[in-house]
Design a protein around this ligand. Structure first.
Ligand code: ACO
Length: 429
């Protein structure tokens, strides 16, 4: 007998089906609630609303667990790489050597940009926000590939997905170099995904950039750790846009816009801004924490807290360790990393943060590792977008493949004026 939960509303009892996930998490299926009772549910910010059933990523926010397709993030971080993890997320299984080679070859094939796309960069003013450029150019890719906009065609999906994965880093590097007035560097056919990105960012026409292998590894790890995170703001946006039947290019361009905000992906920039401000103003860590705790100041400890994690975000621990390893390898110190560590130690002992279960999230240390790799501050959130691309693609695909994909369309409780008559202009005021 399938499990149900009974909702008693006055004399009326409604039995709601219970949906049970692989890890025994439970949800009430309220899809017929309004038809049966006239009521809807209200959940500001969707903190308690499951928008879909998904087989891609599992998070246990209380325990601090994250798995891609069942595999713990710690194991992937240790043994895998970004491209293999991307394959796993999109296709559901780890690739064989042959599948991995074919996938890598496909990405290499599509990594260059159409010349006309390259001219788009000339039309953006200098100092354009790189996330705006990224979103615009990703969306513009659809104009160059109209044959791959058929949303229910498997071949179209594969071609569009490969182009997005391959070109997102080329677009990112071109936008950076264009902004600086540097000549563009074409992707190198023999370089791997992450090394190729650094090549396009930092090589010169007369001299190849040779990053330390530890920096390449750390960046690849960072991309892997950002690759998916179930129904976060940008991924939910991608699924929402895709639910209208919009193509993959348009849907991920919308995801980039959602990621941009400082409460989501933009937090990696906000953390470094915050650390720099603390240093500039010579504020002590204790004083800064006091300022955060006093709500009248409206200051948040950026990089702390998470809608789902009420424990350590496992990614933040991995990133912190990797950041220390890169700096040790380069024999460098970063005063911002030391400051972040000090802030973390003070916050984790403070009842304000302990009581609210506020722990470091993925963004707390990602800015410091990006600094160690040499990525400029303006590009931090773009790096998050490059990492999140396979997750957006996988989630869009899963939603399109659902047995009966539905338009996402939340309801509301209207609290505006009751019906009233139109007042002609000369009778107002
Ligand atoms: N600093 C200080 N107080 C905080 C913080 C913070 N970083 N985060 C939450 N709180 C407090 C809130 O003021 C609230 O306090 P109250 O109960 O006294 O009113 C309580 O903790 C709960 O906070 P909410 O805002 O309700 O939590 P929510 O789940 O809506 O927000 C969020 C999660 C947006 C991530 C929040 O913790 C935050 O703003 N963090 C800083 C920004 C950040 O790091 N974002 C990146 C998140 S990870 C990602 O998206 C990739």
């Amino acid at each position: 007998m399938p499990e149900t939960a009974r909702l008693q509303m006055g004399d009326k009892a409604v039995d709601l089906p219970v949906v049970v996930g692989t890890e025994d998490e439970r949800a009430l299926d309220i899809s017929t609630l309004r038809a049966q009772t006239g009521y809807i549910t209200l959940d500001d910010g969707y903190g308690n609303t499951g928008a879909c059933q998904s087989a891609i990523t599992f998070i246990d926010g209380e325990q601090g667990i994250l798995r891609y397709r069942g595999i713990p993030i710690e194991q992937l971080a240790e043994h895998s790489n970004f491209i293999e993890a991307a394959y796993l997320l999109i296709w559901g299984e780890l690739p064989t050597q042959r599948q991995l080679n074919d996938f890598s070859d496909l990405l290499t094939k599509h990594q260059a940009l159409h010349e006309a796309i390259r001219h788009h960069f000339d039309l953006f003013p200098s100092n354009s926000p790189p996330m705006a450029v990224l979103s615009a150019v990703l969306n513009a890719l659809s104009c160059f590939n109209p044959e791959f906009l058929r949303i229910d065609d498997e071949n179209s999906f594969q071609e569009a997905a490969a182009r997005l994965m391959a070109k997102v880093r080329t677009i990112a590097a071109y936008s950076y170099r264009h902004d600086r007035g540097y000549p563009t560097i074409h992707p190198h056919p023999d370089k791997k995904y992450t090394a190729n990105f650094l090549h396009m960012m930092f090589s010169q026409p007369y001299k190849d950039y040779e990053p330390d292998p530890e920096q390449v590894r750390a960046l690849d790890l960072l991309l892997l750790l950002h690759a998916d995170h179930e129904q976060n703001c940008s991924t939910a946006t991608v699924r929402m846009v895709g639910s209208s039947g919009a193509n993959l290019f348009a849907s991920v361009a919308a995801g980039v816009c959602a990621l941009w905000g400082p409460l989501h992906g933009g937090a990696n920039v906000a953390v470094v801004d915050m650390l720099e401000e603390i240093r500039r103003t010579k504020t002590t860590v204790k004083d800064f924490v006091q300022q955060v705790k006093d709500k009248r100041n409206g200051i948040r400890l950026m990089g702390f807290g998470h809608r789902v994690y009420k424990n350590f975000d496992p990614r933040s621990r991995i990133i912190k360790k990797a950041c220390e390893a890169v700096l040790a390898k380069l024999q460098r110190k970063d005063p911002l990393l030391e400051l972040a560590e000090e802030l973390e130690a003070v916050a984790l002992e403070d009842s304000y943060f302990v009581d609210r279960k506020l722990y470091p999230n993925v963004d707390f240390y990602s800015g410091t590792i990006l600094r160690a790799i040499g990525i400029p501050h303006s590009m931090f959130t773009v790096m998050f977008a490059i990492g999140r691309m396979p997750g957006w693609i996988a989630q869009w695909y899963e939603a399109r493949k659902a047995a009966s994909p539905r338009l996402h369309r939340p309801r509301q409780v209207y609290i505006g004026p009751a019906q009233r008559s139109y007042t002609p202009l000369d009778k107002r005021g």
